[in-house]
Structures are given as C-alpha cells and as structure tokens.
Design a binder for this molecule. Sequence first.
Ligand code: 0WD
Length: 258
Amino acid sequence: MILSGKTALVVGVANKNSIAWAIAEALLREGAKVALTYQNERVEGRVRDLAKSVSPELPCFQLDATNEAEIATAMKGVGEAFGGKLDMLVHSIAFAKKEDLEGGVVETTAEGFKLAQEISAYTLISLTRGALPMMQAAGGGSVLSLTYLGAERVIPNYNVMGICKASLEATTRYLAWDLGKQGVRVNAVSAGPIKTLAARGISGFSTVLDTVAGMAPLGRNVTTEEVGNAGMFLLSPWASGITGEVLYVDCGYNIMGM
Ligand code: 0WD
C-alpha cells in the first residue's frame, strides 16, 4: 500500500457524495491515516457517521475555513492525532451565494465576490499555512485542491465561481513555487461535473451533465471514485515530480472544440 504510514487531513466532506469523501476513501484504501473536518453542526452528524463507517477511531474536527481560530484548533487536534506530522492536505470546498450562480456576471456584488473568493480560493492559502509546520515536521508534504473547467472557459451560470477557480488555480501555482524547496507539492484536480450538494446550487447543472456526456471522448460523465483515485495519485509519492499542476479528470471533455 503506497500510503502506508502516511497521514492526511481532508477538508470538505459534506456527505457521502462529496468528492472529498471519495478522496478520503482512496487514501484509506492505500493505507493512509485520515482525519476529516466538518464545516459546522449542520453537517457534523453526517460526517461523523461516515467516519465511523470506515473506522471507529477516525478523527473529526470542526473547521469553518473562514475562521482562523477554528483552523488553529483543528490543526492542533490533527497534530495530537498524528504525532505532529502531516503528509497530505485536501482542500475540497467552495461557496458562492445562490444569486451569484445565475443571471448576469455584471450584477455580482463586491460582497458576493469577496465571500466566494475567500471561501473558494483564499482558504487554500490559510489551510496550507495551518498545515505547514506539520508538513515540515514530516520532511515535506502534498496539497490538493479541486477546480473546474469554468476557471478558463465560460460555463453559463458558473459565473463568480469560474472567477474563483481561476484564482484557485493561480494560487496553486504560486504556492507550489513558494513551498517547493521545502518538499511541499501543491496540485489541483479539475473534475468533470458530478451531482453533489455544491453542484445542485448551479442553475442548469443537468444540462451541463448531458452536454459533457454527449461530447466527452469517453462518452459519459466522470465518477467521484475516478476523481478520488486521481486525487490520491497526485497526493501520493507516485506523483513526487509533479507540482503546480492542474490535472483534468473529466473523461476528456476539456480537449474538445466541438
Ligand atoms: O461538479 C462538481 N461537483 C465539481 C466540484 C466539479 C469540479 C470541481 N468541484 C469542486 C467544488 O467546487 C469544490 O471545490 O470540488 C469541491 C468539492 O465540491 P463537491 O464535492 O462537489 O461538493 P460538496 O459535497 O457540497 O462539498 C463542498 C463542501 C460544502 O458543502 P455544502 O454543504 O456547502 O454544499 O464545502 C464545504 C461544505 O461542507 N464548505 C466549507 N467547509 C469549511 N469551511 C465552507 C467553509 N467556509 N464552505 C463550504
């Protein structure tokens, strides 16, 4: 098992359909010790139940990524659970107000823009900063975030989230440059569309699913398991020469012109 003896913190599990959960399952399957976080009491029960379904000892911590104090407390808990060493961090969170995921981009308010950027892009920096001392203690580490094609092409209704994903991808490259000499790699998976809680907030999402299945070289949509496996690969030592990269896991849809 490639990840035996390695430790991972996975941020962004909301329920069993979450991409973060598929990544956690792939990490566990390859022998890693995994800790989860839940955003708030609303999702706590579901996350704890998922954790218990794989191991009675799997640690879970409350972490709203916009709350620096909660990041510090969660990281302290992770350090206690894993002997002060962390090898892998997964950032699988995003948020924009419903009204900013439909209608005109030109209507986006400064408040909606800042909120979406903070949760969807800035938190990659703050979570990585929180995890860094434990990665240094581990002699290096790797960080993974989740992005989408809407960062570079226009996907109707994705709107402010496309702008945030562009920011997230640039953040991935700058962090990769900043932390590379410390042996910390930072990469992103650009996943094809998957029906999750977050995706349900985007107007016309079922049209996106149908379009991709119709046009993608593989003739279908990607599964969360496939995204989980690719994420696990980028986090693992198999990807030791890869950093600052965005890997498409979308059944090939991104290569198509028509
Ligand atoms: O089609 C898709 N589903 C794709 C998702 C395609 C490509 C990329 N992605 C990305 C998303 O943009 C996100 O970055 O994958 C990541 C994970 O999204 P998901 O698995 O699709 O969605 P979900 O299961 O809803 O997990 C996202 C969770 C939130 O769930 P809610 O309840 O808001 O739907 O992110 C968490 C929250 O649990 N989250 C936060 N966690 C900590 N602090 C915060 C926060 N401030 N805000 C949201």
